[in-house]
Write a protein that binds this ligand. Structure first.
Ligand code: HEM
Length: 472
């Protein structure tokens, strides 16, 4: 929320209702979680008074903000801006702000008896709407223009309560606003009628490497987060600020790859978003072929290309990956371990531990590490979708040794020679018992086909994570 939305929400919320602290807080019973079962989760029972309406006690602050606390009006700003305020204690002993002077007619009516008037109050947060210079300018504007206040509140309330519902394609019912709002991360519908096979043929002939194709598709899709359904490959925002400049996206490499894929999109009528994913799918198919398996990675066309005007760049900043175990990359060292960061990305992408395992193993085998590092690339056949990562990780011919820089060496037990290098995001698949169980399944020499099939399924899940416009 920006400053205007913050002022509108706080003032609007406190236009109705009251704070409750009308009594001696020390006599209250146990808090909800500690109270007897017969209290049914309500807690803080008041042994002396009826405990509700004029005796209710919750925050310990007492009073309403406005003269008519059951009406939507401009009363919050009337009260806040037309009076001077001083700190006083509520009956429950909480500090709150009270007008230095107020006439009877401006005082809030009692919650039970409208003929009785009570003292209004403001919290510290309410006083910020007057005392902070930036908030005050907004408060004065809203005070002078109630229609602007109501509209700003309505929009901010809608944003507050719908922010985590994802794109508009997920909304249902007759009340869905026709207007597109920038925080919904709008993406126009993309073309579906183009020649998919023709696009793939052009990508194949473009000279892009397998790792360029797979890494770019992955980077485009990996921003998806199931927590609020933002991010993902749809919209191809990877070609817009701020994403195109994120370190995790390797900006120089990305610009080079996007120049090629963008040209193919323009020539074929496909969206750039679709071409990015198609390139990744093609890379996976080529890698599977190199491992001896013919597969077709499922593809659903129709992604659109968002523009800068459709993108709230500031709110996309927070989607920046700080680490990506799938591409064996950490922006810098964090308090949280690299493997925990990988797990966090996994849950945001909606993947299971099993899907994480198959994807990481496959991406190492395809050589898609950030910056082209060789950590975890436990294979002599880079670019083939093999199970080599798991075979060599679990091979007792090697021992594992920490070295400088938070990395590890896998050394031949007989000769002591370094065979491979690794990070924590590789070795966790051997050290964690659950991940090891999955790793050992894929290390089995009769599971090469299963590995490819499972990889393709998990890959497709990531590429389509944000396709709410496509029926499951
Ligand atoms: C700036 C941040 C905010 C703070 C610190 C804050 C604090 C409080 C406090 C201490 C109470 C009294 C609770 C009680 O004693 O029962 C209260 C009540 C209330 N707040 Fe807020 N609030 C904030 C923002 C908001 C927002 C954004 C809304 C809604 C848009 C809102 C709506 C309400 C309502 C309706 C009540 C009255 C509830 C009742 O009548 O029982 N507040 N708030």
């Amino acid at each position: 929320m920006n400053d205007e939305e913050t002022v509108a929400l706080t003032a609007g919320g406190h236009t109705v209702g009251k704070a409750h602290g009308n009594g001696d807080a020390s006599v209250l019973g146990a808090a909800p979680e500690g109270a007897g079962i017969e209290e049914q989760g309500l807690g803080w029972s008041n042994p002396n008074q009826k405990g509700h309406a004029s005796n209710a006690m919750t925050s310990g602050i007492e009073g309403a903000w406005t003269t008519h606390p059951t009406k939507w009006d401009n009363g919050f700003f009337d009260m806040l801006l037309n009076h001077e305020w001083e700190l006083k204690k509520s009956p429950a002993g909480a500090w709150q702000w009270q007008p230095v002077e107020i006439s009877e007619k401006d005082m809030p009516v009692d919650v039970e008896d409208p003929s009785v008037r009570r003292m209004p109050m403001m919290t510290d947060a309410d006083m910020a709407m007057k005392l902070d210079p930036a908030y005050r300018a907004i408060s004065e504007r809203f005070h002078a223009d109630p229609a602007l206040f109501s509209d700003t509140f309505a929009r901010a309330w809608f944003k507050l309560t719908h922010r985590d519902m994802g794109p508009k394609a997920r909304y249902i019912g007759p009340d869905v606003p026709a207007e597109d709002l920038i925080w919904q991360d709008p993406v126009p519908a993309g073309p579906t009628g183009y020649d998919v096979a023709g696009v793939k043929a052009r990508i194949a002939a473009s000279g892009l490497s397998l790792s360029d194709m797979v890494a770019t598709a992955w980077d485009s899709a990996r921003t998806y987060r199931g927590s609020d359904m933002r991010g993902g490959a749809n919209g191809a925002r990877i070609r817009l600020a701020p994403q195109k400049d994120w370190e995790g996206n390797e900006p120089d490499r990305l610009a080079r790859v996007l120049a090629v894929l963008g040209r193919i999109a323009a020539e074929t009528g496909a969206s750039v978003a679709d071409v990015i994913v198609l390139a990744g799918n093609l890379g996976v198919e080529q890698a599977a072929k190199a491992a001896g398996f013919d597969v077709t990675v499922p593809f659903a066309p129709g992604r659109g290309d968002a523009t800068d005007e459709m993108t709230d760049a500031e709110s996309f900043d927070v989607l920046e990956p700080l680490a990506d175990g799938y591409r064996n990359w950490l922006k810098k060292d964090y308090v949280v371990s690299p493997e925990e960061l990988m797990l966090d990305r996994t849950q945001l992408l909606g993947l299971t531990a099993h899907e994480m395992t198959v994807l990481v193993g496959g991406m190492r085998a395809m050589g898609t590490n950030h910056g082209g590092t060789s950590h975890g690339v436990f294979t002599d056949r880079v670019g083939a979708l093999t199970t080599d990562f798991f075979v060599n990780l679990t091979d007792m011919a090697y021992s594992w040794h920490p070295v400088d820089g938070g990395t590890y060496e896998l050394r031949d037990r007989k000769t002591g020679k370094v065979k491979w290098t690794a990070t924590r995001m590789d070795l966790v698949f051997g050290s964690n018992s659950i991940l090891r169980a999955y790793a050992e399944v894929y290390a089995q020499d009769d599971n090469a086909r299963k590995f490819v099939d499972d990889f393709v399924a998990a890959w497709t899940k990531v590429m389509n994570a944000d396709r709410f416009d496509v029926a499951a």
